[in-house]
Design a protein around this ligand. Structure first.
Ligand code: SF4
Length: 216
């Protein structure tokens, strides 16, 4: 009971600070529709949103529909996606996703988790980002930033896998805040609580952090 109360107080303090830092958090991937967002999220694995935005502006300009994208040659997709890591694999994902959405879903993106997770390169994290960002559904995606920050703040244990981290975050924060908390944790990890040299001196939740000594 006391443990639960302490966790509740901790999550309230974290949410208050994140609301102060990022009162209106926004996804930093550029997109104009659902399939562009889905593809941008797939491309964002192991790279920065900035780099993804620089290639998707070329990609979606040259191939402005799912049909056009499905007809693109793999070689050209690889050329466009080359600035990203794993560009061959990512080109294949884009090619196959466009083919499936065009051929099987009539140029629409299904809003069903199982159908989405069956698409090439789309996993639970991708669907969670898509649900939270595009559909406004309650979801918390655990990427590298969310994983790191959650563990530093002692919400999850070091040995927890991403699914366990997601479950612990969901227990900590109210359901209607999940999508917002996800974005705020990403931004906090990206700009403040960075993997190397986090800005601990300025951090106002340092009292909750397990790693403060190490990082100071
Ligand atoms: Fe991150 Fe440092 Fe704040 Fe801990 S004290 S949460 S490591 S920024």
């Amino acid at each position: 009971m006391i443990g639960l109360m302490m966790m509740k107080n901790k999550s309230l303090e974290i949410e208050k600070y994140l609301d102060y830092l990022f009162p209106d958090p926004k996804c930093e991937l550029n997109y104009t529709n659902d399939y562009e967002l889905l593809i941008a999220i797939v491309l964002s694995a192991q790279t920065t949103d900035k780099r993804v935005n620089s290639v998707t502006s070329v990609l979606f300009d040259k191939y402005p529909s799912l049909e056009a994208l499905s007809k693109a040659s793999l070689a050209d997709l690889e050329t466009i996606l080359r600035p990203l890591g794993s560009f061959r694999k990512k080109a294949l994902y884009v090619h196959n996703i466009a083919n499936i959405l065009h051929g099987e879903y009539n140029d629409t993106v299904p809003h069903d988790r199982d159908k989405l997770e069956n698409l090439p390169g789309v996993g639970r994290k991708t669907v969670n980002v898509f649900f939270g960002e595009y559909l406004g559904k309650p979801a918390i995606a655990v990427d590298t930033h969310v994983n790191r920050v959650t563990k530093r703040l002692g919400i999850a244990k070091e040995k927890d896998n991403v699914l366990q981290v997601e479950e612990k975050l969901k227990k900590c924060f109210p359901k209607d805040s999940w999508a917002k908390i996800h974005l705020q944790l990403v931004l906090f990890g990206r700009y403040h609580c960075k993997a190397k040299n986090p800005n601990c001196k300025e951090c106002q939740i340092i009292n909750l952090c397990k790693e403060k000594k190490k990082n100071l």
